[in-house]
Design a protein around this ligand. Structure first.
Ligand code: AMP
Ligand code: ZN
Ligand code: ZN
Length: 408
């Protein structure tokens, strides 16, 4: 062999080795980046600052935290979890509250038993991340998430569970870890975990209560257990864990009650949802009259015709949104005299304006894609879908979010 031919052979071998090994590295990286999305329902941003939370602290110190997460409107559990999963404004995914009717389906969506509507795919529009993953050859596994029980265009997560609030929280983690385990049968790329206790305590005892603090400390020990399980499974360098919540919590008071039946004739409206956002569908030709009556007495709430709702609410362009939207000021309850006298008030709730400070909630992430010790500016619930699609190397479906700069 001539000398230059020899060198060119060596060069070709060297280059192909280099290119080959780069290809293998990035392929390996592509195959091994996993995402676990965790929700602690109803977790106000400030809960972390006033409680001893060594495990959250450890997670944050070696990961990335946002100043806070801004939910979508209305700040209820189902609309928000589904926006987190799809990156869509509520007007673009159609889950307008936790419970609402759809005349064209002749049914009422309701998350509680017995009617089981969360399983019916006709309610859920858009494409949640677990479906994007499944459609692009990845595997997803959900241990509870609103929407995960329905098939979307016939597709479901590889593993999913019907919601059962009585399943022990530690057992939820054990199941998800077995699904994520590379040597397990599922070897999931994407998984979810959901915990409801902080929200339930907030509703029953108020956001300032000892009972909430106790549940925050319990949540902290779940984070510790999760962290140790990830370590034991050898997944620290492959798994990006994102911890979020869906909204904050605001205290209610008997001094802050709006009686709807003292403002309008309830016989003239269908009540799609009552509080803290009253969604009213006028019956017959009464829309102007009802709107005017509410507008004239606009105290401790704001009332809009849906087409006049400021665009920042993202709550206009869906046929399930009725004509009149009345938003209580934070801490106020909209009710009727009878209902109030019969049932009284719970200690606290959510659902208010998504930009209210009380509705702010948490975002933190830890894993190979997230720099340590960083605090990023406030993030929107809408941005999680793009973020997760990016981490999983998926082509995102149309959505209303943007990739946070930290991963850009
Ligand atoms: P909220 O009424 O908005 O406070 O919603 C919180 C409650 O929603 C939780 O306490 C659970 O009972 C319920 N929940 C959360 N996720 C699901 C789910 N995937 N399916 C059915 N119910 C759920
Ligand atoms: Zn919630
Ligand atoms: Zn709640």
């Amino acid at each position: 062999m001539k000398k230059h031919a020899f060198f060119s052979l060596i060069l070709t071998l060297f280059v192909s080795l280099l290119v080959g090994s780069c290809g293998t590295d990035s392929d390996t990286e592509k195959q091994t980046q996993k995402v676990l999305l965790v929700s602690f329902d109803g977790f106000m941003n400030q809960y972390l600052d006033r409680n001893p939370t060594p495990n959250f602290d450890r997670f944050i110190e070696s990961g990335t935290r946002a100043e806070y997460l801004v939910p979508v409107f209305p700040t209820k559990t189902f609309p928000n979890h589904y926006s987190l999963a799809t990156g869509l404004l509520v007007e673009n995914h159609g889950i307008i509250s936790n419970s609402f009717p759809d005349d064209s389906l002749g049914a009422r969506f309701s998350y509680g038993p017995p009617d089981g509507s969360p399983n019916d795919e006709r309610w859920w529009e858009g494409e949640p991340i677990w479906i994007t993953a499944e459609n692009q050859g990845k595997t997803s596994a959900t241990m509870f998430w609103p929407g995960s029980e329905a098939s979307i265009d016939g597709v479901q997560p590889t593993k999913w569970k019907p919601y059962d609030g009585s399943v022990d929280n530690y057992a939820r983690i054990d199941s998800v870890m077995s699904w994520l385990n590379p040597s397990g049968e599922t070897d999931a790329d994407f998984a979810t975990l959901y915990f409801s206790d902080v929200d339930s305590r907030g509703h029953s005892f108020g956001p300032e209560s000892d009972e909430v603090d106790e549940s925050v400390v319990q949540a902290d020990s779940l984070v510790g257990y999760l962290w140790d399980s990830i370590e034991a499974a050898g997944l620290r360098n492959e798994l990006n864990v994102i911890i979020v919540s869906d909204h904050g919590m605001a205290e209610l008071s008997d001094d802050r009650v709006i009686f709807l039946d003292e403002l309008i004739d309830l016989g003239q409206v269908e009540i799609v949802d009552m509080t803290p956002v009253a969604m009213l569908k006028p019956l017959g030709e009464t829309a102007d009259q009802i709107y005017r009556a509410l507008k004239e007495n606009e105290q401790n709430y704001r009332v809009y015709k849906k087409e006049d709702l400021p665009a920042r609410y993202g709550f206009t362009n869906h046929y399930r949104i009725p004509e009149i939207i009345m938003i209580a000021d934070v801490g106020y309850t909209i009710t009727s005299r009878d209902f109030y006298e019969d049932r009284g008030l719970i200690a606290a709730t959510h659902g208010f304006d998504h930009e209210a400070p009380e509705m702010r909630t948490i975002f933190m992430a830890n894993g190979p894609a997230f720099p340590a010790g960083q605090t990023i500016p406030p993030i929107s619930a809408l941005d999680l879908y793009e973020m997760m699609a990016h981490l999983l190397h998926l082509e995102p479906a149309n959505n209303d979010g943007k990739l946070p700069e930290i991963l850009d």
